[in-house]
Design a protein around this ligand. Sequence first.
Ligand SMILES: [Zn+2]
Length: 448
Amino acid sequence: MPWKIQKLSGLFQPLKVIPKNANLKPDNLLSNSQKLMVENGIVRLSGNGMFQILPLGVRALDKLTKIVDKLMAQVNAQKILLPTMTDAQLWIKSGRWHTAGAELYKLKDRHNKDYLLSPTHEEAIAGLIASISPVSHHKLPIRLYQISSKFRDEKKSRFGMLRGREFLMKDLYTFDQSLSAAENTYAEVCQTYDKIFDVIGVPYVKVAADNGIMGGSLSHEYHFLANIGEDLLMFCDTCNYGANKETFKEETCPSCKGRKMTERNGIEVGHTFVLGSRYSEPLEATFKGIDGKTTPLQMGSYGLGMTRILAAAIETLSPYDEIRWPISLAPYTVCIITPKEGSKEESASQLAYKLYSELNCINSLCGDIIVDDRGSMTIGKRVLEARKSGYPFVIVIGRKSVFADPLFEIINVSKSEQLDLNLKEVLEYFREVSSEGSGTKQKEALSS
Ligand SMILES: [Zn+2]
């Protein structure tokens, strides 16, 4: 067999039982996603607002990273990695050293020089471009992104990975020669963000937003709707126009002048900005135009909360007691449960591994299947655990596996569907699921 079989018995997944009735006071800091992720060994809390991301969490994160990398390539964005520490001088030049306030982690080195643990990298990237400025207009646009840890000294970190003090962000920065070119870039990147969220497959909304401390002229936010979301969003009942309530100062819809609005709570998972020359001017990130004149570049900044997307997806999709991942991010798509030791069907155990290798030949499932080989546990207990952990599909090698034409029990958790299928039918079922699981919209997005 060309694959190393991935077995649950060897998985580092420390389960944790949170006592019933714990932390259920109305002022609790615990979100359902945090409770589920900690209970099921996806992450652990290492301190206030700090998380250890465990193997299942990293697998989900890797899947999200793959989606993002693929779609960033479609807009010719290139991946880089900037240092976590940024020289205070850059932030002093932009003015944010003083205005960003208490949320900044400031530190000094042994020479008494000031740095910060970056919450975002507008200054750092503008500093990079300034170091090669003026850039020739032939080299524009420049589009660079990274996926890295960001830091924010939250007054009140809460709701687990939805608001941590250290978190993973994908941040893209763009540089154009005119504001209209920056706005074209903005439209192109926003379209790609739509595609990223289509592929993730969690329902989302895009709303007009405030530029806030970032500065600039144009801004949108992407949200997953959830009751614990900390942003209030307004939607027009007539034309569906949406905006963050912070920006919504009029009584009527700016798009259709309708008067009826609905308020919803959202978890912000992405934010896009046209920044103009807000950072390029003070930091002297410039280009040389056809006319030989040196001018500040027009910047855009585009964030995606990577760890927050994982938590927010679980928050949005899961019932109280079981994780539901979108199929696109599930750490493993399929969990195969072997027969109980000492049972009549134990003789059918090798069918689990035959099924494992056959399913691995389906492209979209390759490397995405785990075998729950803990035969000392009852099947019922393992099915329960598999559902809790959030595997979208569970296959049980149960009683009917000893038939002349063995039958496998397929559980499609999100559809509450249960089927008995023989090997050929199982393979057909998953070939179909994998083509609809990565939905038409998703496939178009990834192939275009
Ligand atoms: Zn309207």
